[in-house]
Design a binder for this molecule. Structure first.
Ligand code: C2E
Ligand code: CA
Ligand code: CA
Ligand code: CA
Length: 276
């Protein structure tokens, strides 16, 4: 490698790092000062395609900023990841979700609540121990981790170690946003996961887009061949539900069932389910 090429590579490496703008820095400062006090969770139900019953939910974070109002996680999660503050947030989400499950008696009904975990969290040295301590409060089968990757894993041995430990504790893991960015086939070969979560960008138009339909049906087949189950996210209409049912997709999440809702509302759905 010539000197010029080396310089170019270093340059490219720095060039891809996103410079936070003034608004972003302001948000980070607010987060740093106020911690998690303006954050809360909403839950989006997941439908069991076979039985037609609600079988779980995904916990999604909301930031009610005192001045800016509701700030989207699509905006603040990447910032917190970039700045390394994501692990504090993830641990808060895990703690809150487990407390909710315990307080509301969700365990033992076959309900699973999913929590978003970033690959950043997996490489954090205290993460496994934190989860080990928290999971003592409930049956591990009541939660699942959806693993998302927004940056690249700088320590994939550490991530593998953490995921293996987490799986050994009895917590299920899913590959979130499968097929996009870095969330790819290498995950399935490297990590002990039990589920693929098909990204909304492929799912939303499968009744009209033949190419997306092929991607979705082939991915479901691949998943099943590997012994994994599939959740489709971002399902907005009944025809798509029917099509996914024909393709033997196990779980559906999206506005067709419900938008993310408050704790009391999701609890009503869970308990309606257990009456059947
Ligand atoms: P995600 O994990 O892929 O979550 C699904 C997102 O799609 C959610 O957006 C959800 O509200 C939205 N969605 C669900 N169904 C539909 C639908 O039918 N149509 C459309 N158009 N959208 C739908 P949300 O809540 O804004 O979250 C955005 C992203 O922020 C999440 O994407 C996830 O990557 C991240 N995020 C949210 N909460 C957390 C968290 O607690 N921890 C971490 N690390 N990331 C989180
Ligand atoms: Ca997710
Ligand atoms: Ca997604
Ligand atoms: Ca995501």
């Amino acid at each position: 490698v010539s000197k010029a090429q080396q310089t170019q590579e270093v340059f490219i490496e720095y060039d891809v790092t996103i410079e936070p703008n003034a608004d972003d820095l302001r948000l980070l400062k607010d987060f740093h000062r106020d911690g998690m006090k303006d954050f809360f969770l909403v839950y989006q139900p997941k439908l069991d395609v076979k039985t037609g019953l609600i079988k779980g939910a995904e916990a999604l974070l909301r930031w009610q900023h005192p001045k800016l109002g509701l700030v989207s996680p699509a905006k603040f999660i990447p910032l917190l990841e970039e700045s390394g503050m994501i692990t504090e947030v993830t641990q808060w989400v895990i703690h809150e979700t487990i407390s909710m499950i315990r307080r509301r008696g969700v365990c033992g009904k076959g309900i699973v609540v999913s929590i978003n975990v970033s690959t950043r969290d997996l490489t954090d040295l205290g993460f496994v121990q934190f989860v080990e301590k928290e999971i003592k409060n409930i049956d591990p089968k009541c939660i699942q981790f959806e693993i998302t990757e927004t940056g690249f894993i700088d320590d994939s041995d550490r991530a593998l170690y953490a995921l293996t430990k987490i799986t050994e504790m009895g917590i299920g893991c899913s590959v979130d946003d499968f097929g996009t960015g870095n969330s790819s086939l290498s995950y399935l070969s490297k990590f002990p996961v039990g589920e693929i979560k098909l990204d909304r960008s492929f799912v939303f138009d499968i009744t009209k887009n033949a190419r997306h339909l092929t991607i979705v049906s082939s991915t479901i087949e691949l998943a099943h061949t590997l012994g994994l189950s599939v959740t489709a996210e971002g399902v907005e209409d009944k025809d798509t539900v029917e099509l996914l049912r024909e393709l033997k997709c196990e779980t559906i999440q999206g506005y067709v069932i419900s938008r993310p809702i408050a704790e009391d509302e999701i609890l009503e759905m869970f308990f309606a389910k257990s009456e059947h």
